[in-house]
Design a protein around this ligand. Sequence first.
Ligand code: XIL
Length: 378
Amino acid sequence: MDRRGFLRTAGGAIAGLALFGLSKSKNRWTSGSPELNFKPPSTNLSLYERAATKGLVYGAALKTRHLRDAKFLASFVTECGALVPEFELKWSALRPCPESFDFTNADKLLAFAKRHGLIMHGHTLLWHRSLPAWFHETVTRANAERILIDHIETVVGRYAGLIPSWDVVNEPVYPGDGRSDGLRTAPWLELLGREYIETAFHVANSTDPRAQLVLNDTRVNYTTRDQEKRRRSLLKLLEWLIGRGVPVHVLGVQAHLWADEKRFDVAVLQRFLQEVADMGLDIYISELDVSDQRLPPAIDVRDSAVARVYYDYVSAVLAVPAVKRVMTWGLSDRYTWFAESRPRSDGLDVRPLPLNANLERKPAWAALAAAFDAASPR
Ligand code: XIL
């Protein structure tokens, strides 16, 4: 049994012993069909295995500091077929100064991925956040394009053939900035115009022609006025890019969801995803998690509501054949960015992910498992 096999077995044993079933008590926090019970599935197949049998990839975000946690890694290798660095491929991690790159931590995650046969997804070449302190005082209209090209050529070039997919531009859309095209007035746009997006994809494609290139964005899942505007702007951007022959292959949909958000319409979401698919693109659900920040304190109520959203959302998106990956933004409540970004006012630990902090499978795990099991093969 290879190391991945051993770790999978160990992780599966931990997780399998504590799988929570869920008797669906109808309560105000659930939506969709209340009679659905997330019973323990008939087999102990992992999320990775359930997704893989349908031609899907399931994985999660990971940080270098998690590599010290052997029990967590056993669960990670059991449940995941892919990892995405939560931090290590962002500018603030890679670029200590204008003249240099520090790949130390990204390389550690890649080594872990390769040792266990995991896909490593690259996140993210360009973003308006996580920029190093030197960026704004160094990058000017005169040197911006050279710096952008140099960054992408260096980073994508280092991992060519090793990282098969990249978020090339993250969160380019923000109608709140008032532009007619709905784009975010990100630093790169202010420096280079919206053509920065085109340049980034062309440079990434010429550096690694085999890589799947992703435009990744957020807040496009709900039937709010803002998120409808975002969907429209995103479709216009994709049409513009494709019309100009830009090599964009995938739309990444972040999906940082809320367990108590009712403004969700399956048909609206599926229509949007299908419009993207009809452009010839694949779709990755790139950063899925479900916040219980605003729910009552009772753990069974929170876990039930979170599981319901996982099931309803993932079932909805997997009904669109172009959806090829589902990545949760973390695997266990032991490590979730929501602890800082969406903390509970009562101070209780948040519970947004498939495994609890003790690495036990939660109803959310069973909901994901059920959605993968019900999905059509790709
Ligand atoms: C987040 C990380 O999870 C945090 O640890 C960090 O402090 C900020 O960035 N959308 C993205 C991710 O594309 O890169 C962000 O990750 C979460 C929102």
